[in-house]
Design a protein around this ligand. Structure first.
Ligand SMILES: Nc1nc2c(ncn2[C@@H]2O[C@@H]3COP(=O)(O)O[C@H]4[C@@H](O)[C@H](n5cnc6c(=O)[nH]c(N)nc65)O[C@@H]4COP(=O)(O)O[C@H]3[C@H]2O)c(=O)[nH]1
Length: 831
């Protein structure tokens, strides 16, 4: 070995990198010092050994494979391998470079290798890789879009976790600018943020909207300038956060807030809140409208009336203490208009159990209050006179009864009914009638003491409750004195507006007053009212303008009256009525007709006279259907008679009551009856009383003329008994006057009656009217009447009222036995 080779060998031997040579059997034929040190073996322990002798099988296999490859290919090979050696605690990574060695024959006869310990580098590389992976994983976990941009907005890098948030695909981004990618409004926002970041180092909070495939999406930008190295152009990291959900929620919140605000502002309720210092922190438009804006003000600074501030301070104090306060009060502190009534609710505002302020609602209830008052007024007061109505009177009466019984004090109930009120109404109209009622109410009020009360029951009926009248003996005297005072007050002339021009008329009024005492025995209000009604009715029956105390006999009569009333209502339906006929004669004592007289065949009382029930039927209105029944029956009878030659000449006089005659449809009803029954109108004579004629004379005349045009005639019943003047007598289309039987009865003994009878006959004759006398019972009466010119008669002398069969039989007898002197038979009344 040359020196040079020796030096080289020595250098290789001591080289600080393991070097080795293996023969084609894989046995080490050379190792340098470092190789031995690395394996921690002596050279003799290594030389002649194979890799399988030195290393674990898997490593040894791999090393042998590479050796084989190098040997067969004749090519060098570089590989890395982790080698366990005793020198290191853990396997070290070596970069192994293997080179085939050629023999003299040019064939590979060995493989030389050098193993560089790259363990340290490898570890750093691994660490770097791990760091890179961690960073990539972190980046991947960021849900926001991230871009690296320069000041021109050019994209240099990107992190795009969601491609559907992008306007262009990420691969098309690099090298392009924001303006080339985003629509102008969004791009403007981005450039503004970039500029800010350039100026201040960062920018946050800018938002932009992109209309993407799925719809509008919102993003929020955070831009920060990257630290630049040297004179590098500035770069920016822009983080674009997807905030659509937040935005939608914000918008929904905003919408619901503005809806809430609109509701609060548009609700008619004033609404406000105050903090713990009493400052107004919220108010709606209604508050502003009523009292001007209170925002930021305390109650003391509100400018309201001092008393109202005090009320509010007190009520607020309660609300601050945790109470829900409700108050109604009238505010005088309003900006405009008159004071109004409010219903206010104050309640504490709590957050997490702590009271942090109070909230108030205030509703304007002025109109509701007015309506309530009006409803109360309508429910309990008479709208015309403003006096308490029946309902309130009843309550007061019950109260008065309870008090007087408890304190043994007497009281009296007065019922006042105006006489002939209906006539005033009919003659001058309802407005005049109303005027009278109002004035009567005022006079009643002036006639009673404080503590007594008066009420209007309806129509022309008033009551007065007198309390504290003293003991049982003196109290009726006191009651009578007050009732008399009332009657006298009402007797004073009234000056009432009447007619379309409102001319003033003087009206004289009278009243019938019933009095019922209370306090000595327990009586109910209903019973007391019944009693006073009875007494008042009695006062009316006693001739009006009078007062009458209740007594039990009176009650019995009233009871009988009311029982009869009940029976009367059923009688028509049950067919209990009959018509009787009383013959009417001429001076030749020939029958010329009959008067129909109503009879009620009562199931228990037998035949009841019309004198007992006609007035009642008139009061209750039953006279209308009843009168119709009478007219119809009479018409049928006339129609039947018209078919018999002996009876065809008879006329029938039918009593028609005032109420029946005043029906607007009366003429039509009669006409229809004539048509439906076929009765000859000329044989029908309607008997009207004076009372029928005096009320509303014009309408009566018109109706009479209408009926007269149908062929009907009229007789004036009870002539001379009423107050009627003779003035209108000639206006009426009458054919007959009837002398009342009261004048006929004493004709021969009473000069006055005789004079009246003669006057009536003369009057009738001078007006060209027939005159018929009723109640003729004797030949002497007949002779007197005939002598003074009365040509027609009716009375028991000729026949009593009898049913139709008896009447017809009577006529037959009269016709067959007619003789001038004594042909008339006395009829037998069926009763
Ligand atoms: N003492 C005496 N009495 C005689 C004599 N001749 C007739 N009378 C009675 O005198 C009354 C005459 O009838 P009026 O004056 O129309 O008075 C009638 C009439 O106003 C009314 N009335 C009777 N029927 C009806 C009717 O259908 N409709 C209406 N609205 N009223 C009727 O009832 C009143 C009483 O009728 P009645 O009780 O039937 O009484 C009848 C009759 O029975 C006599 O010679 N002596």
């Amino acid at each position: 070995m040359s020196d040079e080779n020796q030096q080289l060998r020595a250098a290789i031997d001591h080289l600080q990198t393991p070097i080795y040579i293996k023969n084609l059997d894989g046995r080490y034929i050379y190792v340098n010092d470092m190789a031995c040190s690395t394996l921690a073996l002596s050279r003799s322990e290594v030389l002649g050994k194979r890799d399988h002798d030195l290393f674990p099988t898997d490593i040894a296999d791999r090393l042998c494979d590479i050796d084989r490859l190098v040997a067969t290919s004749g090519q060098a090979n570089t590989s890395e391998a982790y080698i366990h050696s005793r020198m290191f605690e853990e396997a070290h990574c070596f970069l192994s470079i293997k080179q085939p060695l050629l023999g003299d024959d040019g064939q590979v006869n060995a493989v030389a290798g050098i193993a560089v310990d790259i363990d340290e580098r490898k570890r750093k590389e691994n660490e770097l890789e791990a760091l890179k992976n961690r960073f990539a994983a972190t980046l991947q976990a960021i849900p926001d879009l991230m871009f690296e941009l320069d000041l021109d907005g050019r994209y240099h890098a990107h992190h795009v976790p969601r491609e559907d948030w992008m306007v262009v695909r990420p691969s098309k981004l690099l090298g392009r600018t924001i303006r080339e990618v985003l629509p102008a409004p969004a791009a403007d926002v981005c450039y503004q943020a970039l500029q800010e970041a350039f100026e201040h180092g960062f920018s946050i909070g800018h938002q932009y909207r992109l209309d993407l495939e799925r719809g509008p999406e919102w993003f929020e930008l955070s831009v920060a300038q990257k630290a630049s190295i040297g004179h590098e152009a500035p770069r920016f990291i822009a983080l674009s956060r997807h905030i659509t959900r937040r935005k939608v929620a914000e918008q929904a919140l905003q919408e619901s807030e503005s809806l809430l605000r609109a509701i609060v502002d548009n609700t008619p309720v004033a609404y406000w809140a105050r903090d713990l210092d009493g400052r107004c922190i919220m108010e709606n438009a209604v508050v502003v409208k009523f009292v001007g804006s209170q925002l930021g003000k305390t109650l003391e600074e509100s400018g309201w009336h001092q008393e109202e501030v005090k009320i509010w301070q007190e009520q607020s104090r309660r609300a601050y203490a945790g109470e829900v306060v409700e108050v109604e009060y009238e505010s005088h502190s309003l900006l405009h208009g008159t004071p109004r009534v409010f219903h206010v609710v104050l309640s504490p505002i709590r957050t997490g159990g702590d009271i942090v302020g109070i909230v108030g609602f205030s509703q304007d209830i002025t109109e509701r209050k007015r309506h309530e008052e009006r409803i109360h007024q309508l429910a309990f007061f008479d709208p015309l006179t403003l006096l308490p109505n029946r309902r309130l009177m009843f309550d007061r009466l019950e109260h008065a009864l309870a008090t007087s019984t408890r304190h043994h004090r007497m009281g009296a109930l007065l019922m006042i009914d105006l006489d002939h009120f209906k006539e005033l109404n009919d003659t001058h109209g309802h407005t005049t009638g109303d005027g009278l009622l109002v004035e009567v109410a005022a006079r009643l009020g002036r006639s009673i003491r404080q503590g007594d009360s008066t009420a209007r029951l309806g129509g022309d009926e008033f009551v007065v409750i007198l309390e504290d009248l003293g003991g049982t003996l003196t109290s009726p005297v006191q009651a009578a004195a007050i009732a008399t005072k009332i009657r006298d007050a009402l007797n004073q002339p009234f000056h009432l507006a009447a007619g379309p021009q409102g001319e003033v008329i003087t009206y004289h009024c009278s009243a019938s007053i019933g009095v019922a005492m209370f306090g000595d025995v327990v009586t109910s209000a209903t019973e007391l009212l019944r009693r006073v009604d009875t007494a008042m009715y009695q006062a009316k029956a006693a001739g009006r303008n009078t007062l009458c105390f209740f007594d039990p006999a009176m009650q019995a009569a009233a009871n009988a009256r009311s029982a009869m009333n009940a029976d009367l209502h059923e009688a028509l339906g049950l067919g209990q009525f009959e018509l009787h006929y009383q013959v009417q004669m001429n001076e030749q004592r020939q029958p010329i007709g009959a008067e129909t007289l109503l009879r009620w065949r009562h199931p228990h009382q037998g035949m009841v006279s019309p004198a007992s029930f006609i007035a009642l039927a008139e009061d209750t209105g039953l006279i209308v259907p009843l009168g119709n029944w009478v007219l119809e029956t009479a018409c049928r009878q006339l129609a039947t008679w018209s078919k018999h030659p002996e009876l065809a000449q008879l006329s029938l006089a039918v009593n028609v009551s005032a109420r029946q005659f005043r029906q607007l449809s009366f003429t039509d009803q009669v006409q229809q009856l004539l048509v439906s029954t076929g009765a000859p109108a000329s044989k029908l004579k309607l008997e009207l009383t004076e009372s029928t004629l005096i009320e509303d004379a014009d309408a009566v005349v018109q109706r009479m003329e209408e009926l007269q045009a149908l062929g009907i005639r009229f007789s004036l019943d009870d002539f001379g008994t009423g107050y009627s003047s003779l003035a209108y007598l000639k206006r009426l289309p009458l054919t007959q006057l009837k002398i009342d039987q009261s004048f006929v009865r004493d004709l021969l003994t009473d000069h006055n009656d005789a004079a009246i009878v003669k006057t009536i006959i003369a009057l009738g004759n001078s007006l060209g009217l027939d005159v018929i006398a009723e109640g003729v019972e004797t030949e002497a009466q007949l002779a007197f009447l005939a002598e003074h010119g009365c040509r027609q008669y009716q009375g028991y002398l000729f026949g009593k009222p009898v049913p139709v069969a008896a009447f017809e039989a009577l006529l037959m007898t009269l016709n067959t036995h007619r003789s001038p002197a004594k042909s008339c038979l006395h009829g037998h009344d069926a009763e």
